[in-house]
Design a protein around this ligand. Structure first.
Ligand SMILES: C[S@@+](CC[C@H](N)C(=O)[O-])C[C@H]1O[C@@H](n2cnc3c(N)ncnc32)[C@H](O)[C@@H]1O
Length: 231
């Protein structure tokens, strides 16, 4: 694993215990609803096998379970502390929680009907490798659906940036008890690709039917894309 990824892994291990509460506060309670929307994109494939990457405490995996009670679901993450939280949360019982680095997935080619993730891409050192791995493990015709943060744009952008730089590290200090970790979350969001650039990376990985829906003044995006049936 590269050094940048080990640092990210240590950051998420450190904040796992208070992560869900912080997420609810930072998104004013919207995170769960966005995760349900991501799950909806995945389950609308009608498939029976799903992978939720960067699963954290499993919010998206749990939404997939509710929408598709009979399916097989793997929730994967490279933070053992996050996986430990996921294993013990109510409603997470029959999901298969596994350690996996998104750069090198321990799954077969064409294994999944859909791959989901929330706030993964801005954290990885090798974006193209990570998208290539998702493409590989999807069945032809399968779907990737994701929630991702996005740098603000438009006339309100300077105000939103300022708000994020002040509010999130403050919450991180008072509630999350780790200012640096939440400063990292802000920096990685503000420094991430804009939606046009990320769309090109999905295209370059071979995906088609790429759709993106802005949420929360464009600071969050719900992405979906398809692996074509034939290339
Ligand atoms: C911001 S949390 C999001 C958790 C969850 N998806 C959600 O929306 O609540 C990001 C997660 O990505 C995981 N992660 C970051 N880089 C990863 C990688 N290379 N492989 C696997 N998981 C990774 C972290 O451990 C962390 O649990």
């Amino acid at each position: 694993m590269r050094n940048e990824d080990s640092t990210v892994q240590a950051t998420f291990n450190g904040i796992a215990r208070r992560y869900d509460l912080m997420n609810r506060l930072m998104t004013l309670g919207s995170h769960k609803r966005w995760c349900q929307e991501v799950a909806q994109c995945a389950t609308s494939t009608g498939g029976g096998k799903f992978l939720d990457l960067a699963t954290g405490t499993g919010v998206i995996a749990r939404a997939v379970r509710k929408q598709s009670p009979e399916s097989a679901i793997i929730g994967a993450d490279f933070s053992e502390a996050m996986l430990e939280m996921a294993r013990h949360l109510e409603g997470n019982g029959d999901i298969d929680w596994q350690f996996a680095d998104a750069h090198e997935l321990p799954f077969d080619d064409g294994e999944f009907d859909a791959v989901t993730h929330g706030y993964l891409l801005r954290n990885v050192s090798g974006l193209d490798e990570v998208l290539a791995e998702q493409y590989r493990v999807l069945k032809p015709g399968g779907v990737v659906a994701a929630l991702e943060s996005s740098p603000p744009s438009g006339v309100l952008a300077p105000f939103i940036r300022l708000g994020m730089r002040v509010v999130i590290p403050t919450l991180g200090t008072v509630i999350g008890r780790d200012r640096d970790a939440y400063k990292y979350l802000v920096d990685s969001t503000l420094g991430f690709l804009n939606p046009e650039a990320l769309r090109l990376r999905f295209e370059r990985a071979g995906f088609t039917d790429i759709q993106v829906k802005p949420r929360f003044l464009g600071t969050n995006m719900i992405w979906s894309a398809r692996k074509p049936v034939q290339r």
